[in-house]
Design a protein around this ligand. Sequence first.
Ligand code: AHM
Ligand code: MG
Length: 335
Amino acid sequence: MAKRVSLTRYLVEQQRVDGLIPGQLRLLLEVVARACKSISQAVNKGALGGVLGSADSENVQGEVQKRLDIIANEVLIEANEWGGHLAGMASEEMDAIYVVPNRYPKGEYLLLFDPLDGSSNIDVNVSIGTIFSVLRMPEDDRGVDEGDFLQNGAQQVAAGYCVYGPQTTLVLTVGDGVAMFTLDREQGSFVLTQENVRIPADTQEFAINMSNMRHWDEPVRRYIDECLQGRDGPRNKDFNMRWIASMVADVHRIMTRGGIFMYPWDKREPNKPGKLRLMYEANPMAWLVEQAGGAATNGRQRILDIQPTQLHERVSVILGSKNEVERVTSYHSTL
Ligand code: AHM
Ligand code: MG
């Protein structure tokens, strides 16, 4: 019988055999996975758990928070604050950073997350997920402040997401490729179901919110327009479209069978670089995608090279199959 590898065993082997992750980081990832398991439970209960609907509050970006947004945020904080592996946390759902209280020991890592991505899908029973990014606390530091979090994505030491769909799947990188773990509900553990995830370099599938087409910039219009012309146009092949409106679920499809995902800058709010957030949405996804052989840019620059200036900063996102991302990016420099 094939060996069944739990997330714990995988991480222990990464720590012991490959020396890839220190003990504190292993603990951190196990705790995040445990929190995701409990978020998955809450998501599964839905109306039975009284967790659907709006929470009558807004986050720092002025978006109405759903009850599950807040529950997921609390689960992640409560699970992570006492273990001694973290110095601080930051979340889409909190204006300011969360410094680990003094009553707990402080660790050397910073954890950033979007506790429940795809909020518009919560109440309609469509896949949603948790996205997370792990940074190292700068060494010379006395106390934790927002500036400690403002590191570019290339500095991440771990990144992942957990998609709550027909299956609950945790997808993880510590810089040694991408591995996927499926939640076995009877055993209560994540089990390794795919290693060395690879995104094909070519694709015939794109994901973008087409209803924003009239607001797009010229390079994005040109790319989509050429896809839409199918085999009669310059691409000489037909394209398919998917848009789940949960980045986690769209990226998971791309991880599984390739594709390109875009949430570009658009003219609705010209001063905003994009809709998605750099630190806890774009950066972790960009690193995962690169680790699986794909690419991720904002149209002009590799996402992982962008130097953040604010915790909740937004960014234009183009990621997925390498050749398609390079094509859209090249359109930005030629137009
Ligand atoms: P959220 O973090 O508030 O859920 O917003 C991010 C989500 C992404 O998951 C998704 O790709 C996008 O917003 C969908 O946007 P739209 O509703 O414009 O299609
Ligand atoms: Mg989000």
